[in-house]
Design a protein around this ligand. Structure first.
Ligand code: SF4
Length: 489
């Protein structure tokens, strides 16, 4: 672990809702058990120990199950065994896993099986029986860490909670990016007791070049900000450039919560089109060609939808939801339902030209269309179980009405993912991933009327917490942005 651990201001405010949580994280997910904790569970005596082992699975098999994979697949019911027997069994117990032909297939993974859709230790009151019985320190690392995620970079680490948790969504929605009442310094833990080193520039590019919004007239360093600045003094020049760009993106002097989401995305596209050539010079072996033509097409797509016709953008978003439904693993039926609802709208829209005053919207079922106020919603009005959102006369009107919270959701994704481009030097691909994190929940909420808190949390649960799904979205942007972006033409 790095000496310097950075955390957004709301990270420290998080208090688990436990029994009051509307969507407990002990539901639906299969919980990984780390090796140390799994080893401890094998030693727990008495009835509770037996119960722990009854639910433990190693690569999906009950402890002590010696049936072959073929037998498992044919539906043979494996039998549970006492821990002593499990330890003596040849399968599956160790770290090396062999398939039925004796081939090495990787390391084993210990989990708890679900009881129905829930963790078997989730009580009716929403509390964890395992934690109540054995203590917090004997829950698995996944349970102790969730909903926090820690990313390690050269010289520092960042820890932030995920919006898959309903309470985190609420905190993100209610916390201004431009200040939270705590100072950036207070949001910085320094485990080794060493002060953050002075920030030094590593390239000849100025912050104003990386951030066109930053001018000498408004370049005043704020005393408060929700997202602490990342240090920019690493040996890795690409990391420094990314950190400087993200710092300026989320800085109080540059980040404008009154902008609608599409304006933020246009800004992000402009920034990465400036940034990528700089990064290509620093790391030519990873060069990613993001042409000005692609950037211009993307930007004009967003601009045209505001000034002329929403249809191309809406169809692109609906196609993207179809891509999610067809190509990604889906954890919950409600998420599948959200994506399918949108497809109904997409189907209805085909061949329909926009009606007067509502370009591109004529195909939406009339019963679902209510006149939107277009007024800014109060942030405090966002609730998990809010009434279905009013339908807005256009997606633009929806984005305008939700501009503050969508700005904050977008900032959350910028904070968590922008620096990840250090691993592949593909800033446009990560920009696409960041844009999706805010755009897809907004579009689902607009199209289906589902409260934005839910669509934001569900998107995170299904995408952020599933590395295969996240990788498929990155691959989608890698393929489209490095060649052409036909959906906008
Ligand atoms: S989702 Fe969040 S609030 Fe709900 S039980 Fe999990 S950590 Fe607590």
């Amino acid at each position: 672990m790095s000496d310097l651990l950075l955390e957004p201001a709301y990270g420290k405010k998080l208090k688990c809702l436990a029994g009051d949580c509307p969507e407990n994280c002990c539901m639906e997910w299969i919980i990984d058990i780390d090796d140390e904790t799994a080893a401890y569970y094998r030693t727990v005596q008495g009835e509770f120990g037996d119960e722990l082992r009854k639910w433990m699975r190693v690569d999906g098999r009950k402890l002590g199950d010696t049936s072959t994979i073929a037998e498992q697949e044919s539906g043979a019911e494996p039998c549970g065994e006492a821990p002593q027997a499990a330890q003596a069994a040849s399968a599956p117990d160790g770290r090396d896993v062999l398939d039925d032909s004796g081939l090495f297939t990787g390391t084993s993974c210990t989990t708890f099986a679900l009881n129905g859709t829930n963790c078997p230790f989730l009580q009716e009151d929403g509390l964890c029986r395992l934690r109540l019985t054995l203590g917090y320190e004997h829950t698995s690392e996944t349970c102790r860490e969730h909903p926090y995620n820690t990313e390690e970079y050269e010289g520092f680490a960042e820890r932030s909670p995920s919006v898959s948790c309903p309470e985190v969504v609420r905190l993100v929605f209610e916390t201004p990016v431009n200040g939270s009442g705590t100072t950036a310094a207070e949001d910085t833990k320094n485990y080794a007791g060493t002060a953050q080193s002075a920030i030094t520039a590593v390239t000849s590019f100025t912050d104003a070049q990386l951030n066109p919004a930053l001018t000498s007239s408004n370049a005043v360093k704020p005393s408060v900000q929700t997202y602490p600045d990342a240090p920019t003094n690493a040996d890795d020049a690409v990391l420094n450039i990314l950190a400087r760009t993200r710092n300026s993106l989320l800085s109080a002097e540059a980040f404008d919560e009154s902008l609608p989401l599409d304006a933020h995305i246009i800004d992000l596209i402009r920034r990465v089109s400036l940034l990528q050539p700089i990064i290509n010079d620093e790391a030519p072996e990873y060069a990613f060609e993001f042409s000005d033509d692609i950037a211009d097409q993307l930007i004009s797509g967003f601009e045209e939808y505001r000034t002329a016709d929403e249809t191309p953008l809406l169809i692109t978003l609906q196609d993207f939801c179809l891509f999610l439904r067809e190509n990604l693993s889906i954890l919950t039926d409600r998420w599948k339902h959200e994506l399918e609802e949108v497809q109904t709208c997409a189907f209805d829209m085909e061949g329909v030209s926009g009606g007067a005053g509502m370009p591109g919207m004529a195909g939406f079922p009339a019963g679902k269309m209510l006149a939107g106020t277009g007024k800014e919603s109060e942030v405090s009005s966002y609730r998990w179980d809010a009434e279905p959102e009013k339908k807005y006369p256009s997606f633009g009107a929806y984005l305008d009405a939700h501009r503050t919270v969508l700005s904050r959701l977008y900032a959350y994704y910028v904070y968590r993912y922008f620096l990840k481009a250090v691993n592949d030097c593909e800033t446009p691909v990560w920009a696409g991933f960041i844009a999706c994190g805010a755009f897809v929940p907004a579009f689902l909420s607009y199209a289906n009327g589902t409260p934005l808190m839910k669509t934001a949390a569900w998107y995170s649960r299904e995408i952020e917490h599933d590395s295969d799904n996240a990788e498929k979205i990155l691959a989608y942007f890698r393929a489209n942005l490095s060649t052409d972006w036909e959906d906008f033409t």
